[in-house]
Every structure is written in C-alpha cells, then in structure tokens.
Design a protein. Sequence first.
Length: 295
Amino acid sequence: MNVEIRDDRFRDVVGDDAPVEEVAGGFEFTEGAMWHHVENHLIFSDMPGNIMRKWTPENGIETFRQPSNMANGNYYDKQGRLVTCEHATSRLTRTELDGSITILATHYDGKELNSPNDVIVKSDGTIYFTDPSFGRMDYYGVPRDQDLAFRGVYKLDPGTGDLTLLADDFDQPNGLTLSLDEELLFVNDTMRAHIRVFDVNEDGSVSNGREWATVVGDRDGLADGMKIDSGGNLYCTGPGGVQVFADDATCLGVIYVPQGVTNFTWGDDDLRTLYIDAGTSLYRTRVKVEGRELF
C-alpha cells in the first residue's frame, strides 16, 4: 500500500490506498501548486528555475511566468487573482485579472521582509502570509543578510496596505491555512515540526496561539505546505509525504510520495485529485473528500 493508516477515519477521507502518479518531472524544485477551477489549469512554482509553470490536461506543461523572482507559495483570492510570494525580491504580489502585477508588501517597520513563503486569503480579502528566511539562502533564493531580527507571520489589509505582525516567535514559519469557518488560523513551523493554531478575532487579528499537532514519522519530509479540505480535514506535508489530520488534531495517516513534498492542492472537475509538489516532479493521487472552491 502507498499509505500509512494511523486511524480508520483515514479510509473515509483518503481511501484504503492512494497510488501516486507522476504528472510531469525534470524540474528543479516544485512548490506553490494552485488549481484554477474555472479555467481548469494548475499553476505551480519552480524556485531555483526562476519560473512559474501552468499545466493543463490538454497541453501539458507551459510557461506561466519567467522570470518569476523565484516565486514560492501562491493562493487565489475571491476575485480569482493570484497572490504570490517572491523569494528573490522579498515581495508579496498579486497578478490582476488583466495580467498586470500589483506589489502588496515589501517591508515591515522600514525593513525589508525576509522572504514571503506561503500565503492564504480570507473571504473578506484579508491576506495572511509567513516570512521565514529560506529565500535568503543559496539555491532557494538569493543569499543575503536578514534585515529583520525575527521570522514572522503577518496580516495584510489589501485595501489600506496596512501590514500587521501577528507572531514573531517562530523558528521558520511556513505553511498556513484557515479553518472552514475562518475562526482559526493554522501555521506550521518547519524546524520545530509542529502546527500551531490561533483564534481569529473579528478585526482579523489573532490571539491564544497554542501548539495543535506535530508531524512525525520515520521517513524523510518536513512541515511545509498546508491546506484544509471541504470536510475540515487538515493536510500538511511531513515525514513520508502528506499527513492528514482530523479536526480534533489526530493524525489519521500519511500518503506516501517518492520525493520530499513541499506543497499540494486539490483539482480536476470534482476537486478530488490531489496534485502534489515534490522534489523535481509534480504528482497526483485521488482522495474521497474534495477540496474547496476558492472563488
């Protein structure tokens, strides 16, 4: 079997098995997969290759943007605009519907951001993103000193441009996601191998941060990309591939992937195909509970 079942509920969420198929390979380091459910295409990043690619069943792999400023995480807002984290420039940007690019954030308190890494957009337009230092390292970004004394988690008001620091005590904050009711914000820490959760207040700020779960296993893999499906199950990359958690923080099991997983998204007409960024390849498998339409 290509899965590790830790709790029988895994069978209802993923299935008894989850065979993984390589969709395309030969890239440098895949990341940031997002499915456009209207146009039925997949966008993903290749940071060291300095390129963003598009995949469709009809045409296969095409170039979406080159150069990409070593783009990493991506997310669609309610208008179908793609919000992107750029490692090389330390920017958070948005691709407008006409293809133009709007710069959303570059600095905090007068200092350049480290390297925005992953991002999520709330239904009211509020943007949350993580800012570790990976993009200031060789291969994953452009080597350079860090201006800020911490690696933070931020909230951005896209209307005013106000940037608010939510947490500064992470080692390397990485993947993040919101609960279905948007009352909880989950953020993982790559180096500490845990997932923290915060209460989301009415003004979009957060409080009551606490450790929610850890990603453990005897195979290679780190906490990185993280998303929640339409049933409230939280998927997080980790040892072995993609780890699946119930809303009570129980790890239900693991979908094994041949290379270290960085991110993933649900796609196809029924949103039950899990597209997986891992190492030099893009993979996919089928699950039972579908993902969510973002716009």
